[in-house]
Design a protein around this ligand. Structure first.
Ligand code: HEC
Ligand code: HEC
Length: 642
């Protein structure tokens, strides 16, 4: 259990970091008086919530939230705004009665609590209220350009409040490469790169965005991304006892790809996953419940945790065994939610609708309250009015996908932003709550409203973001704050999938396979099955750190693979074909092509001269070009999404 308990200190740190960048709040507002979320809760978490939190409530006193403090314990309200002397909380620490049986609070902590009460119990949530005024009229869908302008206005405004300026808009080559990687999961081909760079159409960026959203690779890339969020393919984990149903999870990826390409609205896609019935051979999305369960079997608790994290942006797992000691989730809420997925227990490969009562019995594995029957219920105490059902999943999805649902559109908008900018507006993306506020509340509200008003149109939201200057800014620059405030594009390593797809472009070989193991070792289960798949093998070596894409995980072993790989050293099939078809091709033309197919730009004058001189010095042109290509894919410029 110890490792679980480490989390709170980290949250405290995270919050300080967020407050440091929380834009718009004038400096004096953030320091004038203590704030509940920033200053008070960390003290109470550390010293009091063990006995007055989710787990235990001595004298019925719960100190996790302001309303709970105002309600107080058996002896009355714990806090009275502006009056420390009348507040039980202050009384209890003034003479060191509390924390009971533990070392007294430091003078500093006591002062914080007293000052906070004297100042009238200020909260961050209250300060954030002023960002709730929507940037665009809520409830209507807008043109992408209009939303893009609102994004830019807000982000620049927040920068200006901090005395910072946003970075310049990126040049065509930088934009082109980033957009291809973000929307299609690979760099452009040399022809695609040249066509875009040479075009003088004024709206060529907007056109390219539309084109890439319409390309089949869009769905493939987004399908893979979501499949990995559901369950990382390269990581057999405890949850699946080291095994993963490889084929089925790949089929899920393909199913997702089709949905994204058909632009199935997000509510429909999620409904199709969560309410799926029938057999897996016709309904590949059934594997979802297996992947998030245990040993490829669906479990109500696994479903609840995953659905909370993926589709609602909240972490519910700490409420499984006891009320979350620090977040505002009760154990009853967890199991009330789990009750909706009670019909999904057992083997996922075929789902029979069996009648389940509208309640869930807390299992033994939850330690506390085992056997208690909890009625199905949504979060924050709302209950469905349906009486009796064979399958409650649809009732849950009806609630989840309503436009005004506080979790659904917000969680998606935030995750999409994370995907493009490497940091959520709320970060981490699956821990949205009062203690972890957005850095740009107005921006998050804007995207949430737009997504809901568009009927959860994924491509529309992407179009809005990608057309903004904020998305199109350069990643060049060194001011860290600029990037934290989304005033400069992030640098991140390519994901394993991006890298493999891009190498296929560079080497002109759609079948490029970098496996070093024997292909047909005949063993198809567990570990070896992963080795047997080109993508999974590659993932294992080049998988990026999911939580932090800016973390450079392409370490020395990966570098050595790249530098020494016979397949990469031998050059591409296309080189041979190309040289056969164009025996008289000029070195300049060939080298330009190699640059376009790797770095999505033309070589600079010096780079070109150097490569031409190298070619002249080699006996065999093919070997010279192979070397240049190998040098290009080994540059860090190649490995980064910039
Ligand atoms: C180890 C357990 C424990 C810890 C930690 C603890 N308390 Fe208590 N608290 C109690 C118990 C037990 C009572 C019941 C009264 C008593 O036994 O003194 C109580 C009572 C109270 C009451 C009176 C509630 C009422 O309505 O009668 C307040 C206020 C209070 N605690 C505040 C705090 C604060 C503030 C902290 C942290 C600085 C804290 N407690 C930490 C165990 C604890
Ligand atoms: C599988 C069940 C389970 C889950 C999930 C779980 N806990 Fe617990 N937790 C327990 C049990 C059992 C205890 C009681 C230990 C005891 O009484 O000694 C406990 C106790 C605690 C305590 C009190 C420790 C103390 O010293 O009084 C805290 C704090 C806590 N858990 C935090 C968390 C957090 C945070 C999470 C989520 C990251 C979490 N728990 C998830 C089972 C769980």
């Amino acid at each position: 259990m110890k490792h679980l308990l480490n989390i709170p200190t980290k949250w405290g740190m995270g919050l300080l970091a967020i407050l440091a960048v929380l834009p718009g709040l004038a400096a004096e507002e953030t320091v004038k008086s203590p704030l509940l979320e920033r200053d008070v809760l960390p003290i109470l978490q550390k010293n009091c919530m063990g006995c007055h939190g989710g787990l235990k409530q001595k004298r019925e006193l719960d100190l996790r939230t302001l309303p709970a403090m105002l309600k107080g314990g058996k002896g009355g309200p714990a806090v009275v705004a502006g009056k420390p002397e009348e507040s039980a909380l202050w009384q209890s620490i003034a003479e060191d009665e509390m924390p009971k049986g533990k070392p007294p609070l430091s003078k500093k902590d006591k002062d914080v609590l007293k000052d906070w009460i004297s100042a009238g119990l200020p909260t961050l949530a209250h300060l954030l209220k002023k960002y709730e005024k929507p940037l665009l009229p809520a409830g209507e869908k807008h043109e992408p350009g209009v939303v893009a302008d609102a994004v830019d206005g807000h982000v620049s405004g927040q920068m200006a409040n901090r005395g910072l300026k946003a970075a310049a808009v990126a040049g065509d080559a930088e934009f082109l490469r980033r957009l291809y990687l973000d929307l299609n999961g690979r760099v452009p081909t040399p022809e695609q790169a040249a066509a875009f760079l040479d075009s003088s159409e004024p709206d060529k960026r907007a056109k390219l965005i539309d084109e890439l959203l319409a390309a089949p690779e869009f769905g493939v890339h987004f399908g893979r991304t979501w499949r990995e969020w559901i369950c990382p393919p390269e990581l057999p984990s405890d949850m699946n006892s080291g095994r993963q149903p490889v084929q089925q999870s790949r089929d899920l990826g393909k199913w997702l790809a089709r949905q994204f390409n058909e632009n199935a609205t997000w509510d429909k896609l999620v409904r199709d996953i969560l309410t799926v019935k029938g057999e897996i051979k016709n309904q590949p999305q059934l594997i979802f419940y297996g992947l998030v369960g245990q040993n490829a079997q669906a479990t109500p608790s696994g479903s609840t945790r995953a659905i909370g994290s993926l589709f609602m942006g909240v972490q519910l797992q700490c409420a499984q065994c006891h009320d979350d000691p620090f977040r505002d989730w009760a154990q009853n809420e967890f199991w009330g939610l789990a009750g909706f997925f009670n019909s999904m227990t057992g083997n996922f490969s075929k789902v029979q609708s069996r009648e389940v009562p509208g309640e869930m019995s807390i299992p033994k594995s939850a330690f506390f309250n085992a056997g208690t029957r909890v009625p199905v219920g949504f979060l924050h105490g709302t209950k469905p009015d349906a009486k009796r059902k064979t399958d409650w999943r649809g009732v849950f999805v009806d609630w989840l996908t309503r436009r005004e649902n506080p979790f659904f559109a917000r969680a998606f908008a935030n995750r999409l932003w994370f995907q493009l900018f490497t940091r959520g507006i709320v970060h981490p993306v699956n821990d949205m709550r009062a203690l972890n506020p957005p850095t740009h509340p107005g921006l998050l509200n804007l995207l949430t409203n737009e997504f809901a008003a568009s009927g959860f149109d994924v491509k529309h939201l992407l179009r809005c973001i990608c057309n903004s200057q904020t998305y199109q800014r350069t990643s060049r620059g060194t001011v860290a704050r600029q990037q934290e405030l989304f005033g400069r594009a992030p640098m991140r390593v390519m994901t394993a999938d991006m890298l493999l797809e891009s190498l296929k472009i560079a080497y002109g070989d759609p079948k490029l396979d970098l496996r070093t193991h024997a292909k047909d070792d005949g063993n198809t289960n567990g570990e070896s099955a992963a080795v047997g798949d080109e993508y999974m093998e590659f993932h294992r070596r080049f998988g990026t750190n999911e939580e932090d894409a800016t973390d450079f995980t392409h370490g020395i072993p990966q570098m050595l693979t790249f530098i020494n790989h016979p397949r990469l050293r031998q050059g591409g099939r296309f080189l041979e074909d190309w040289l056969k078809k164009n025996p008289d091709i000029k070195p300049e033309t060939m080298i330009e092509r190699l640059y376009l197919g790797t770095l999505s730009r033309r070589p600079g004058t010096e780079e070109l001269a150097e490569a031409v001189a190298y070619t002249a010095a080699c006996e065999e042109p093919k070997q010279a070009y192979t070397d240049v290509l190998w040098m290009l894919v080994n540059r860090s410029e190649y490995l980064f999404v910039r």
